[in-house]
Ligand binder design. Structure first.
Ligand code: A2P
Length: 341
């Protein structure tokens, strides 16, 4: 949280979307020092009224002159909008915190998880990228383990909710579920297959190496955030019929030996992590429990059965919050600190 002496003009681009709406809620809940809030979306949404701090904000169409007088712009309207408008916003003097993948791997663009690499935030005004949702929750859990034991390999399988594909995917899962339970046929628009009562081992497009772009984001972004491309990462990203929160099964191999209890102690003390690990009482992280919360939940920490110096664990977080809106607002708070507030 920041000192509220100064107030800032904030713009949310993609304010009507699944993440954009959470950005407004998070700004309000964290009592971010907002002077004027501008909400932008496509021409389709002009005039829509979004709740903010007890009142409403009217949605305006995003245009090239939308950033006049704006101090910080939070973008979540997809890569093509970010590619076009983020440089325009920077040109008019504001910081851009971008939730899309458009700028993440650019050399001069910091890719930030505030609990992990806050110092990567540069001094000058520009674009700051919010990492991919699956990457964020995994790396928050990896960071303390890497610092203490030096990670060599990561094997990860994700169980990702449909809200990661936006509002239309939430509607598609609802509609398909209703239709199937009513014995009717289903239509697929967002995904290439039925998502209700199904699992799709396919998130984003396939690359030449047989992995998906989502899986390669987890590899490349982790290397950038941890400034260590020697960590070998083997990911499988799966879309599951869950509305909110992503879950991940993670196996980590380290250079130094680990004790399970020591790792649990380390994780429980680490910033942004909540350890939920009491299997005897059926307590472990769950998507439904993580929903609406800003932390990363870790549990089922146990020694691997096949090799030394390896543990398995389960990580869950709200993909729209820590995986997107909450992390973006935390970055905005870091920006304010940089500005001396
Ligand atoms: P709109 O609601 O007007 O389509 P989601 O990720 O949930 O699908 O949301 C995407 C967000 O990006 C929405 O707020 C959407 O606005 C916004 N968006 C899509 N296309 C544009 C555009 N051409 N200009 C500005 N915002 C856009």
């Amino acid at each position: 949280m920041v000192d509220k002496k100064y107030k800032y003009n904030i713009a949310v681009v993609g304010a009507t979307g699944a993440v954009g709406r959470r950005m407004l809620v998070t700004l309000e809940e964290r009592n971010f020092p907002v002077d004027r809030l501008s909400a932008f979306a496509s021409a389709r949404s002009v005039g829509q009224r979004l709740p903010f701090r007890g009142g409403v904000v009217e949605v305006k169409e995003l245009r090239e002159d939308s950033f006049m007088g704006v101090d910080i712009a939070l973008f979540s309207a997809g890569s093509s909008i970010s590619k076009k408008y983020a440089p325009i916003a920077v040109e008019s003097g504001c910081f851009v915190i971008d939730n899309s993948s458009a700028w993440r791997m650019e050399k001069d663009v910091p890719l930030i998880i505030p609990e992990v690499n806050p110092s990567a935030l540069g001094e000058k005004c520009g674009i700051i990228a919010n990492p991919n949702c699956s990457t964020i929750q995994m790396v928050v859990a990896l960071k303390p383990i890497h610092d203490q034991y030096r990670i060599r390999k990561v094997f990860v399988s994700t169980y990702q909710s449909v809200s990661g594909s936006g509002q239309k995917a939430i509607e598609e899962l609802k509609q398909q579920s209703r239709n199937i339970l009513d014995g009717k046929s289903v239509e697929n628009h967002v995904y290439p297959h039925q998502i209700a009562f199904n699992c799709l081992p396919h998130i984003d497009v396939f690359m030449e190496n047989g992995y998906t772009k989502e899986e390669m984001k987890m590899v490349n972004e982790t290397h950038k955030i941890l400034s260590d491309s020697t960590i070998e990462i083997s990911p499988t990203a799966v879309r599951v019929p869950v509305f909110y929160s992503h879950s991940e099964s993670v196996r980590v191999e380290t250079e130094l030996p680990m004790e399970v209890d020591e790792v649990k102690g380390l994780l429980s003390k680490s910033p942004g992590i909540s350890l939920v690990d009491n299997p005897g009482e059926n307590e472990y992280p769950l998507a439904v429990d993580a929903c609406g919360k800003g932390e990363v939940f870790v549990g089922r920490v146990r020694a691997d059965l096949t090799v030394d110096n390896a543990i398995n664990f389960w990580v869950v977080s709200d993909n729209l919050l820590k995986g997107a809106a909450y992390n973006a607002v935390q970055i905005a708070e870091l920006v304010l600190k940089r500005l001396g507030n």
